[in-house]
Design a protein around this ligand. Structure first.
Ligand code: PEP
Ligand code: MN
Length: 382
């Protein structure tokens, strides 16, 4: 995949700046679009956004002003000197956006989840040199996200990047869309040349948490942000709770600590190396200890087999689980991590005991693999 980083898309972004895309969730009126975009640009936005076709979950929600808004967003670009982008969800949207002079397109989370839609957009983009950003799908499926990026890349689009906006959940907790950071991190590992922009507005759904998530995005070394900015957020026709005024956008950005992934200060590097040496040794020790623990599990398996006792004794397992969680909490681990870890150790222990207790069932290596995969998350590939 041939990818051009956003900084080489043809618009100047100072080296020290994180990339900032800002502007309203929706273009509502010409005045609101211009004031919101101009305010965002004054606060340092390098690129402007506004939705004119809004993929609303319920039919009674504001679905965007449609085509009528195209000239407003183009005018916002002309008056600020910033490139402008909108969401497209069909071939017709792409054609209208390009005809109106929109600079950049993005594919929304609901569209990314549908390969037919993405392919329709890819087909109409074939041979068109316009930059495209692909939001993650609403469901946490890395292959679906990668597949959408590949479809657009195969159409010959090289100015390509991703936007991370979190994943839909049945019951929103503190976040509107759960940020399962391991997915964009894995996308970054697989496609290091692809810029990933984080969208704290749609992750949080709540303007008071935007700075916190934006700082986390910096700390995980993502390329920049897309932040919804509205001249009067409380009156917004969509996503009112998560939009910032241009002033608050400026304040939020000023509160962020810029951090770099690498430095060449020899003292820092020497200290880091010493700490990493400790980490490497501790990891070795943990793995060796787990190996020893499984050896004992197998021994217990043989013993239970001789005495015709089941692998699982529920009382013992309940006691182990609760007492280990308590020990882990005292050792400074989080409860969620402790529960996952102990569960994983126990699953492996059951597998190991099953192996020695039922050795004569002589499973083929493939059967063993299938059995051990029964505990793994199901892959969503079709
Ligand atoms: C948006 O950016 O306004 C939007 C609809 O986002 P998403 O596709 O992430 O829900
Ligand atoms: Mn929105």
């Amino acid at each position: 995949m041939q990818l051009k980083p956003i900084r080489q898309w043809g618009w100047t972004i100072p080296d020290d700046d994180l990339i900032l895309i800002a502007g309203p969730c929706s273009a509502e009126t010409r005045e609101q679009t211009l004031a919101s975009c101009q305010g965002a640009a004054r606060q340092g936005a390098h690129m402007l956004r506004a939705g004119i076709w809004k993929p609303r979950t319920r039919p009674d929600a504001f679905a965007g002003v449609g085509e009528e808004g195209l000239p407003w967003i183009v005018e916002a670009g002309q008056t600020t000197g910033c490139p402008v982008m909108i969401e497209v969800a069909s071939a017709r949207h792409v054609e209208l956006a390009l005809k109106a002079g929109v600079d950049i397109l993005w594919i929304g989370a609901r569209s990314t989840a549908n390969p037919f839609t993405v392919q329709e957009i890819a087909d109409v983009l074939n041979g068109v040199d316009v930059p495209v950003l692909v939001k993650n799908p609403v469901n946490p499926d890395l292959d679906l996200w990668l597949g959408a990026i590949e479809r657009i890349a195969l159409a010959g689009v090289h100015r390509l990047a991703a936007i991370f906006r979190g994943f839909s959940v049945y019951k929103p907790g503190i976040y509107r869309n759960a940020p399962m950071w391991e997915l964009p991190i894995e996308l970054h590992r697989q496609l290091p040349a692809l810029d990933i922009i984080v969208d704290p507005s749609h992750i949080t759904g709540n303007r008071s948490l935007i700075g916190y998530v934006a700082q986390h995005a910096i700390d995980l070394d993502f390329s920049g942000f897309m932040i919804e900015t509205h001249i009067q957020p409380d009156q917004a026709w969509s996503d009112a709770a998560q939009q910032l005024t241009p002033m608050d956008l400026g304040r939020t950005l000023a509160g962020l600590v810029h951090r770099r992934p690498n430095v060449d200060d020899p003292e820092f590097l020497a200290n880091l190396e010493a700490l990493r040496y400790d980490i490497d040794n501790l990891d070795q020790e943990i793995i060796r200890s787990l190996g020893q623990r499984m050896e004992v599990s197998r021994e217990i398996g043989l013993f239970k087999r001789e005495n015709e006792v089941t692998i699982l004794q529920m009382n013992r397992w309940s006691n182990i689980f609760e007492s280990r969680v308590q020990t882990a909490l005292k050792a400074g681990l989080s409860e969620a991590f402790a529960r996952d870890l102990i569960q994983a150790i126990h699953n492996e222990s059951i597998r190991q005991q099953g192996g020695v207790m039922n050795a004569e069932l002589e499973m083929t290596p493939k059967d063993q693999r299938d059995l051990s995969e029964m505990d793994q998350p199901v892959e969503n590939q079709i």
